[in-house]
Design a protein around this ligand. Structure first.
Ligand SMILES: Cc1ncc(COP(=O)(O)O)c(C=O)c1O
Length: 352
């Protein structure tokens, strides 16, 4: 019999999403239209911002956020190392200079002190990702006096002292990729309280039916994706509740083990549950795989390793020692227990 595998990520998709998307497809109005507009309005309301623009992915959201701030060739953009290459790509799309900062080892988010040393007169923006579901230190980031783009791809619904992720910077960006907290297959959103910034995003995402010629893109979301996204947004609170419940169970079980646990502050939505196992994670991941559980390095490779002249020792360390274990709303109690047992055995050296 084929061995059952517990996947690392899994979207939560029910009949409501299937019905909503099917209805739109059957209507033949499938391109950007009323559903996208409704999704934008509902999303902005949920985050507590004035304006939102839906786009085709988190990467395009970042790209258009940079363009809307007027970031261009030769400008410097600061971003942390311990993130995916989407951020580096977005900076390169606008031909700006990526300046890679290190992370804070406890939060695994961008380190404001390290950023402060890298900000120059040429810094036009800082991308502040709220990694793994937990918000970065926005108070310290504000003090730098540079426009902030909050990257909430992993933190939709996360908050800091009551403020939602995405509502604090000049712009906030989101991803609705299949593994994210809420999904419509692929998709993204840009939010802001500044009308002009969102108007620029909306202008650039659509090349057709424009009075003048400028370089524009086709970065639109379809109406059937938006219909699915609206259903997911309706369930966001429940998705987060389920994630927090599993995280609490993990916390209780792992507290006594010799492993670093994610911070458990109130606004964390636990997109990922990262363990710092204090040694090279390669073998650890293989041991979990042998137990039928897929774990992963939460970041494929730190960005400074791709860009010459950057040193980020904390990101290097995190890359070696941090592993992400499965956490998602459809993870059953039995599978959660299987994961807890396997982690406990490996950490206690019972599996070799
Ligand atoms: C922090 C962060 N920003 C941006 C992105 C890019 O999003 P997308 O895959 O929708 O382009 C990701 C994707 O994983 C991400 O984790």
């Amino acid at each position: 019999m084929k061995k059952r595998i517990i996947p690392h990520s899994r979207p939560t998709i029910g009949q409501a999403e299937i019905d909503a998307a099917t209805k739109v497809i059957a209507s033949s109005q499938i391109a950007q239209g009323k559903q996208v507009a409704a999704f934008e309005n509902e999303f902005a309301r949920r985050i507590g911002v004035k304006y939102a623009a839906a786009v085709s992915s988190g990467t395009t959201a970042l790209h258009l956020a940079l363009l809307s701030l007027g970031v261009t060739e030769g400008d410097e953009v600061v971003l942390p190392s311990y993130v995916c290459t989407a951020l580096l790509n977005a900076v390169n799309y606008v031909r700006a200079v990526p300046v890679i900062a290190d992370i804070d080892p406890d939060s695994q988010n961008i380190d404001p002190a390290d950023v402060a040393e890298r900000v120059t007169a040429f810094t036009k923006a800082i991308i502040v990702p709220h990694m793994f579901g937990r918000m970065a230190d926005m108070t310290e980031m504000y003090k730098l006096g540079v426009p902030l783009i909050e990257d909430c791809a992993q933190a939709v619904g996360a908050s800091l002292d009551g403020d939602m992720a995405g509502s604090l910077g000049r712009l906030g960006v989101y991803s609705f990729y299949a593994t994210k907290v809420m999904t419509c297959g692929e998709g993204g959103m840009v939010v802001s309280n500044e009308k002009a910034l969102i108007e620029r995003v909306k202008d650039a995402r659509e090349y057709d039916n424009q009075g003048d010629y400028a370089v524009r893109y086709n970065f639109k979301m379809t109406d059937f994706q938006a219909a699915m996204g609206r259903q997911q947004l309706d369930q966001l609170a429940d998705f987060i509740y389920q994630r927090r419940k599993i995280a609490a169970k993990y916390h209780q079980a792992f507290e006594k083990l010799s492993t670093g646990l994610p911070p458990a502050d109130a606004g964390h939505i636990f997109y990922r549950y990262n363990l710092n196992v204090g040694r090279n994670v390669g073998r650890w991941i293989a041991q979990m795989q042998a137990a039928g559980i897929v774990c992963a390095k939460p970041v494929f490779r730190p960005l400074h390793q791709y860009v010459e002249g950057h040193s980020c020792p904390q990101a290097d360390k995190a890359y070696k020692q941090i592993v992400s274990i499965p956490i998602y709303p459809t993870l059953s109690d039995a599978d959660t227990d299987t994961i807890i047992n396997a982690v406990t055995q490996i950490q206690n050296g019972m599996q070799t």
